[in-house]
Design a binder for this molecule. Structure first.
Ligand SMILES: [Mg+2]
Length: 260
């Protein structure tokens, strides 16, 4: 990335699991990087498969300008209100509540056909998607089992993406990218095309692929190499370090090239 490109960046978007977290924990270095990007005046927006319930906390307590959750089903952000702060919430018009009969059928089939698979423990905090855990907790299942779950979901007519920990399954026509584009345009006046190089996105896994394909300044943390064969559109830039350390490396490089 050149200094001119870095100077033109206005938005830094990032996946959460295994991009800013390391073995499940948000490291001090990664969290500090979020603060430094925020204090530089960049719009900081996590884009995650994590649930609505987590996004409520993140929007209120982290140094961010919004958070996109459940793989694009929703975005929460804070606005200064009259004498206080106000949490704003937008749900994708195509989002379908996760008690849908197709999702219930997929859950039954996947749990029966993939031994060791389980419903993610954060499922109670979700509004729209079904998260099936293959790697957040034990037993960690091989990626081909995650792919099998994804294929069951697709066969049954749902959408599905494999993250580094879960297979997320949902009804409705949206993904991380479509909600990110809507939010940047509606909230900040970002323009697709002309603004493409104003966005840096950092991610690590196949559910980040629409973002890698869309933004020319997208970055991967080093662990993205685990998914060779599952990702067709890889990011142009990759950190030498994995997970949170890699994100800190990406943030430091961006800030340094901006002369910070
Ligand atoms: Mg991830």
């Amino acid at each position: 990335m050149t200094s001119e490109e870095a100077a033109g960046v206005r938005y830094v978007l990032m996946d959460i699991d295994d991009t800013i977290t390391t073995e499940g924990k948000l490291s001090a270095a990664a969290y500090d990087t979020l603060w430094r990007l925020h204090e530089e005046g960049l719009k900081v927006v996590p884009v995650t498969g994590r649930p609505a319930g987590w996004c409520d906390l993140i929007a209120r307590e982290w140094p961010v300008d919004g958070v996109i959750g459940e793989n694009g089903a929703l975005v929460f952000w804070e606005e200064p209100g009259k004498g206080g702060r106000a949490l704003r919430r937008y749900f994708h018009p195509g989002a379908v509540p996760n008690d849908h009969s197709v999702l219930l059928r997929i859950k039954e089939r996947a749990l029966a056909e993939v031994p060791g698979l389980r419903v993610a423990k954060d499922q109670f905090a979700r509004l729209f998607d079904l998260a099936l855990d293959f790697a957040e907790e034990e037993p960690v299942l091989p990626l081909d089992q995650a792919r099998r779950v994804r294929d069951i979901a697709l066969e049954e007519g749902a959408r599905a993406k494999v993250s580094s920990i879960h297979v997320n399954v949902w009804m409705g026509d949206y993904d991380k990218l479509s909600m990110a584009e809507w939010f940047l345009a509606d909230r900040f006046g970002w323009r697709p095309g002309a603004g493409d190089r104003e966005v840096v996105f950092a991610g690590d896994s196949p559910n980040d692929e629409p973002m890698f394909a869309r933004f020319p300044l997208a970055c991967g943390v080093a662990n993205i190499r685990r998914y060779e064969g599952l990702i067709r559109h890889t990011p142009l830039f990759a950190a030498s370090k994995e997970s949170g350390e890699g994100f800190a490396e990406i943030g430091a490089a961006l800030l340094e090239k901006r002369g910070c």
